[in-house]
Design a protein around this ligand. Structure first.
Ligand code: SF4
Length: 334
């Protein structure tokens, strides 16, 4: 059996504390107890597993969680999401301890863009301002002028002068979509989300034939050919609102399947069909990184307050400026 000291030694390599948990303990009860004892707050993204969503104090998309992280007065922020989101919580609320159950919970989109690469692109376009999607690391945030999320990107881009040259990073699909709806010609970084690029148009067309009353709803990180067929395109929270408010009773949902848990709670009488992906052996649109959080890792992370997110202060302050710009501008769409 590994001791906690041995587990801490391997923490950077493993990304989580690999310690045996005593058999028979009720993890949900223990996590709730730790939350009280440590004055901790659990923030969870809609793409987390169902049991973690049910334990969260705040459940939301990137923008909602960034706001919650900035405003909390808890002593410890336990972030159930991916690494760049926990980093954003630390950037926004540096005096709090921020822990993440598994630091290997990355993101294909964030990994596609480096600060050096973005700086290089900016040097080629010295008059451009850099607008980056929140799915990027602290280094990229520090190189950016404004951060956006899929909830507020359209409003923020529309608030910039029409003649302003803009570099948009890192998601090419979201960038292409925004170019269309905002009538822009932004220079796009060539990154993508592996989950939203995995949908199969052919199989979704079949689902639409089999469910003729269903509306197809999609996240703008999905590819252009799929978005063309969607009845509604929106951020995770907008998709949620749409399902609740729209009169249709059936929806084919083309985003990460974790959102279906909250959708089913808020719209219990509606039929929700996860959109199919290219891999026929899987059928699921799960984000591998998001699902690295487990109840076991969450429990250990809260008990030992590790792994902790730390950051160089100069980098944090630079990254904060671009996030603050987003929070100021997005107040308009609250
Ligand atoms: S769903 Fe896509 S964008 Fe979101 S964390 Fe996973 S890989 Fe990144």
């Amino acid at each position: 059996m590994k001791t906690i000291e041995q587990a801490i030694e391997k923490l950077d390599y493993k990304g989580y504390l690999d310690v045996e948990i005593p058999q028979g303990i009720d993890l949900i009860t223990e996590i709730k107890k730790l939350k009280e004892e440590k004055n901790a707050v659990i923030l969870a993204h809609y793409y987390q597993s169902r049991e973690i969503q049910d334990l969260a104090d705040y459940l939301g998309d990137s923008l909602q969680l960034a706001r919650a992280a900035a405003q909390t007065d808890a002593d410890m922020i336990v972030f159930c999401g991916v690494h760049f989101m926990a980093e954003a919580a630390k950037i926004l609320n540096p005096t709090k301890k921020v822990v993440l159950p598994d630091t290997k919970a990355g993101c294909s989109l964030a990994d596609s863009c480096s600060a050096e690469g973005l700086r290089g692109l900016r040097e080629q376009h010295p008059n451009a301002i850099v607008v980056s999607y929140i799915n990027c690391d602290a280094g990229v945030k520090a190189e950016s002028d404004i951060i956006v999320t899929s909830s507020n990107a359209e409003v923020i881009i529309n608030s910039l002068p029409q003649e302003q040259e803009i570099i948009f990073a890192p998601d090419r699909n979201l960038g292409r979509y925004l170019n269309q709806v905002c009538n822009r010609n932004m220079i796009l970084w060539d990154g993508a989300c592996i989950v939203h690029e995995a949908f199969s148009l052919e199989r979704i067309a079949q689902q639409m034939t089999e469910n003729p009353k269903a509306k197809l709803i999609a996240h703008p990180e999905a590819q252009e050919d799929l978005l063309k067929f969607a009845h509604f395109i929106g951020s995770t929270s907008r998709l949620l609102d749409y399902v609740v408010e729209d009169e249709a009773e059936e929806f084919i949902v083309a985003t990460e399947e974790g959102i279906l848990h909250e959708m089913a709670k808020l719209a219990p009488n509606k039929k929700l069909i996860p959109a199919l992906v290219q891999d026929e052996s899987c059928n699921c649109s799960e984000c591998f990184y998001m699902k690295l959080s487990t109840l076991e890792k969450l429990y250990l992370c809260m008990k030992y307050e590790l792994p902790e997110i730390t950051m160089d202060e100069e980098l944090r302050v630079k990254a904060l400026a671009s996030i603050n710009r987003m929070l100021e501008l997005s107040e308009k769409i609250k």
